[in-house]
Write a protein that binds this ligand. Structure first.
Ligand SMILES: *Cc1c(COP(=O)(O)O)cnc(C)c1O
Length: 226
């Protein structure tokens, strides 16, 4: 079995190869190591190998791990899971970036909670269900403009871009979904307004990078099956 450090190196290699194949600078694609359902010790191991950005999907789990790992001063928490407004306080206490804002109400509550916590601005990405109902979460494309306005209205949130998560197990569908997200970005102000695209996971990060991802969220290929 490979170690977490070896897996991280392999993923960085895949990102580099995919970026080069797409004519992109590999440094323009950041890796979020998705540590959900994995113990804090696994995160320490990745941190010791030099990794800093970690993704969590559950608010309580993020809270517990962030407390547990508070000694890792420059660790960077990304919240990537479905978030209900009543859990926004937990996420606001720890996250540097939230990838999964899917409505105006959540944007307002998260903004309020970050401000109350007195934390620096939190990076905000809007999750979009570009493929329609096959995707469990995310704002429909027709609501994207309104969610963008709601995020922009929060002084404690820094609008960074868009995120999507395609239905599992179909690479062609994933590719179409990623391309659709990039087109949606172009219709809502382009790179100047929405510089980041969070798309691509263990099985489809190459497709994400080919379509313009600046953030890929990789879990099982680093930490093993969940
Ligand atoms: C779990 C998860 C990932 C990572 O998926 P892997 O297939 O393990 O790489 C990425 N994004 C989100 C939103 C997730 O929930």
């Amino acid at each position: 079995m490979s170690t977490i450090a070896e897996n991280l190196a392999a993923i960085r290699g895949r990102i580099r190869d995919a970026a080069r194949a797409a004519g992109r600078d590999p440094a323009s694609v950041a890796l979020v190591a998705v540590s959900k359902k994995k113990p804090a010790e696994a995160i320490r191991e990745a941190y010791a190998a030099g990794h800093r950005a970690f993704g969590e999907s559950y608010a309580q789990e993020l809270d517990a791990k962030a407390r547990d790992l508070a000694d890792l001063a420059d660790i960077e928490w990304h919240f990537i899971g479905h978030l209900q407004s009543n859990k926004a306080k937990l996420v606001a206490a720890h996250a540097r970036v939230v990838h999964s804002i899917d409505g105006a109400g959540l944007a307002r509550e998260l903004g309020r909670r970050v401000a109350l916590a007195g934390r620096p601005k939190v990076g905000a990405l809007i999750e979009v269900s570009v493929a329609g109902e096959a995707q469990k979460h995310g704002a429909p494309p027709s609501e994207l403009g309104a969610v963008i306005e709601a995020v922009r209205a929060e002084a404690s949130l820094d609008l960074r871009g868009l995120m999507t998560m395609p239905p599992a197990g179909d690479l062609d569908e994933a590719r179409r979904t990623f391309e659709a997200l990039a087109q949606l970005r172009d219709r809502h102000g382009g790179i100047a307004a929405l510089p980041e695209l969070s798309m691509g996971m263990s099985d489809d990060l190459e497709a994400g990078v080919a379509a313009g991802a600046t953030l890929v969220r990789v879990g099982s290929a680093i930490f093993g099956a969940r």
